[in-house]
Design a binder for this molecule. Structure first.
Ligand code: Z15
Length: 792
């Protein structure tokens, strides 16, 4: 396809799809016309992959996830179809710029953070590898809320990505499932019959996911909840106009909005309904496909690998048993074994508040048959494992982690450390009973989005030196090793980073009205706001540094810009106070004529995938400072390392593996280990002792508590300070001094450009293992037992 072909296709779509012409088209119209033109090419590849799959009938992977944080899709499609030059040329002909058109697309924010973004990277890698797979999730009408600040406080507004025409999905009217809740269980001919009382339709919307070079494409199938009977005409005729629309509204609430909580459950009834809704619809779809291909039920595990992304779809265990046993007459033991042969479960956190538990009352009311089956599964499992102490229920609650574990043939953690801790803590007893079940699959990120598209300058440099094989074989980045002592290469590397920083600074000035000096160290912490991630450790160090600069402005400080971004769950009060504090500190520091040439603080609103794509290539230093043992893996840490931002971080999650690979000299390590954290917590008054030992910490806390950053409301941070000086569960105070020292080491390294650029380039050259292609190959070999199938 030439640029002229693509231009003609764009014009055709502009006329016949959008009904407008170049003289009247808005940027939005052009974006849709380009999307449709690109989509045509993509659909051809999608059909080819689908027919190859139909012919081969291979084992398929089914990735069940409440969240798919996919972001924008147009650029992905253009890059993977290798249509970039053509698209640039075609748009230039039409007087447009590709970047502007691409950026017109709203993010699909159907996820909260790491877990949802991981699912999106996995979908792209599955397609690149050519592994036949479906992603299954929910088509939320409103994704994650939009964040803005009012007087420094987070304000949430609804996100409405679907208010614009969404070019990437196809509604499948022929594929829908009826999902029921409540009702009662009776018996007929010795079989349990569940008659659900309330019914909704799960309607399928398919988005093709294209792999690198268009070699393969899979489907992301998202379910939308729709009423069984749209509109109550009888009520309408009686004049009850609002009531007539009620059944429709009630059904629709199920796929209305994404719960905005990351790693903390809410235990809400609607959430359980969402979980069952999409899990049940997906399993029926999987069984329908299997039965259409004429397999014998006992062979289901040979044809379907079903991955549960966290416990959110854990009801899949009981539901699959129900479909096999109640609805298809398979013996209970065999149904459990068959379901287990298909299912596997990924655990993403050890934090107790994130491990889902549902009250037995709620479960019995909504899913009465599943409650019975959970009891039966418990009995069968007990019979298999005499002397065991694990139960699936406790204190009137159902434990979803235990159900997922019991019903899975493999359970995986997401980094080496996290997997070890899983074996020692949450699943210690189950691990003893099933010592071969837990495996590790360290997370990864897709290099197509996170290097090739996000960082074209670095990508061009890499390709100039080692060719373009790295894009789908990221360990080839090791070939850069030979250039790490070549001053010409390091200069080019430094130039790419410098230009990325300048571009980011220009964007900041244009979009946010803030000026920063590209010469300064860009120190970046972007992620959900959570106590365990310790944004407050970062801001405490910032305050301490400000005081130090103020006391001695002539001491040759390395200019630094501290950049924060991230959302707090709307109900997480402490996280919102941290946001407020960072914004308050920013106001004071940025207005300080003495210190602001050396130290600025920015909190960018509405962090999302596109902002990450902009920011990461411009970052110098990557903040990964969670309390050791709390961050299961992290994936932002990998994106920064690949893009040449060394980490300042703790020995937590995948940081451990990043450090092993990039080398200890190219990583600013600080802080207690997971074991030391446990020991320190047992020390009475650990926070007070740490404060007494470090006047910088004491001074920073004092400034905050005396209202230095909230002069009109001096006690605003009383709660934050009390938390830190009191219980300090996340050991912010105890890690402060080590963090301060690590920051000074980072500064010293940055002050010597030769040292710094070599360090940054080492991070790029040695992080190739963190490709999600490697992760997916791990799942295929260790968990799914599937192999790639390549079209044609
Ligand atoms: C989430 O984003 C993560 C864990 C969870 O339990 C939930 Cl509910 C959401 C994150 C982890 O915090 C992060 O460390 C990990 O990298 C990511 O999942 C993907 O595994």
């Amino acid at each position: 396809m030439t640029a002229a072909d693509l231009r003609d296709a764009i014009l055709r779509h502009l006329a016949y799809e959008l009904g407008t012409d170049p003289g009247h088209a808005t940027l939005h119209d052009w974006r849709i016309a380009l999307s449709l033109a690109v989509r045509d090419r993509l659909v051809d590849r999608w059909f080819a992959a689908n027919s190859a799959t139909r012919a081969a009938q291979p084992k398929r992977v089914y990735y069940l996830s409440m969240e798919f944080l996919i972001g924008r899709l147009l650029e992905d499609a253009i890059v993977n179809l290798r249509l970039e030059d053509q698209a640039r040329g075609a748009l230039a002909d039409l007087g447009l710029e590709l970047d502007a058109v691409v950026q017109n697309e709203p993010d699909a924010a159907l996820g909260n953070g790491g877990l949802g973004r991981l699912a999106a990277c996995f979908m792209e890698s599955l397609a690149t590898i050519g592994c036949p797979a479906f992603g299954y999730g929910i088509r939320y009408e409103n994704g994650l809320f939009r964040q803005s600040f009012q007087d420094g406080r987070q304000v949430e507004e609804p996100e409405d990505w679907l208010s614009q025409f969404h070019a990437w999905e196809f509604e499948r009217r022929d594929v829908s499932q009826e999902i029921r809740f409540g009702g009662e269980v009776t018996e007929k001919d010795g079989r349990a019959v569940w008659t659900g009382a309330e019914a909704v339709i799960a309607a399928a919307f398919d988005t093709p996911i294209i792999g690198w070079k268009g070699r393969w494409a899979n489907t992301l199938r998202l379910w939308s909840a729709q009423p069984l009977h749209g509109f109550d005409l009888a009520r309408f005729n009686r004049g009850e106009y609002a009531a007539a629309a009620e059944p429709e509204a009630t059904a629709r609430t199920i796929s209305r909005v994404l719960y905005p909580d990351d790693t903390t459950g809410q235990g809400k009834e609607l959430r359980l309904k969402q979980e069952y809704f999409f899990t049940a619809a997906s399993l029926r779809d999987i069984l329908r496909r299997f039965e259409e291909e004429g397999g014998a039920l006992a062979d289901l595990p040979k044809k379907a690998a079903i991955q549960l992304n966290d416990t959110h779809p854990a009801i899949a265990g009981p539901e699959l048993v129900r479909l096999l046993h109640d609805e298809r007459g398979m013996a209970l033991d065999e149904a459990i074994a068959t379901a287990r042969g298909c299912l596997s479960y990924t655990n993403h956190t050890l934090m107790p508040e994130a491990l889902e538990r549902w009250s037995e009352d709620l479960m019995t009311r909504l899913l009465p048959r599943h409650m019975q089956l959970i009891e039966r599964i418990d009995e069968v499992h007990a019979a298999e494992m005499p002397g065991r102490r694990v139960t699936l229920r406790e204190h009137g609650e159902v434990k979803m982690g235990e159900i997922a574990f019991t019903m899975a043939h493999k359970v995986n953690g997401v980094s080496a450390l996290h997997t070890d801790l899983m074996k020692e803590t949450v699943f210690a007893e189950l691990h003893r009973l099933h010592p071969d079940r837990i495996v590790n699959e360290t997370n990864g990120v897709t290099p197509r989005r996170w290097v090739l598209s996000a960082n074209p300058r670095l990508s061009r440099l890499i390709t100039d030196v080692i060719g373009e094989g790295w894009v789908d074989d990221l360990e080839q980045l090791h070939q850069l090793e030979a250039s790490l002592s070549d001053p010409g290469f390091l200069d080019a590397y430094a130039k790419a980073k410098r230009e990325n920083k300048e571009e980011f600074a220009d964007w900041l000035a244009a979009e946010q009205g803030v000026r920063v000096d590209p010469e300064a160290l860009f120190d970046v912490q972007i992620k959900r706001i959570h106590e365990y991630k310790r944004q407050h450790l970062n801001i405490l160090e910032t305050v301490a540094l400000w005081r130090e600069i103020k006391a001695n402005p002539g001491a040759g400080w390395v200019p630094r810009v501290k950049i924060f971004a991230g959302k707090a769950a709307p109900g997480y009060v402490f996280a919102k106070e941290i946001i407020h504090l960072i914004n308050d500190v920013a106001s004071v520091l940025n207005a300080d004529p003495v210190t602001s040439p050396y130290l600025k603080v920015l909190f960018l609103p509405n962090y999302n995938v596109s902002l990450a794509e902009r920011l990461i290539p411009a970052a110098d230093l990557s903040e990964q400072i969670s309390t050791a043992g709390k961050e299961a893996s992290g994936t932002g840490n990998m994106k920064f390392a690949l893009n040449g931002a060394p980490t300042i971080g703790t020995l937590d999650g995948a940081n451990v593996e990043i450090r092993e690979r990039v080398g200890a000299r190219n990583f600013f390590l600080f802080g207690m280990t997971a074991a030391e954290v446990e020991a320190r917590r047992a020390v009475p008054d650990h926070a007070r002792l740490a404060i007494q030992a470090d006047p910088r910490l004491g001074g920073a806390l004092k400034a905050i508590s005396q209202g230095a950053f909230s002069p009109k409301d001096r006690h605003r941070y009383r709660g934050v300070v009390a938390n830190l000086t009191g219980q300090d569960y996340f050991l912010v105070c105890s890690d402060f001094t080590a963090y301060w020292d690590a920051q000074r080491r980072a500064e010293a390294a940055y002050a010597d450009p030769e040292v710094w650029h070599r360090m940054a380039a080492c991070n790029t050259a040695r992080s190739g293992w963190f490709s999600s292609d490697r992760t997916i190959r791990g799942y295929m070999g260790d968990i799914w037992g599937t192999v790639p199938l390549v079209a044609e």
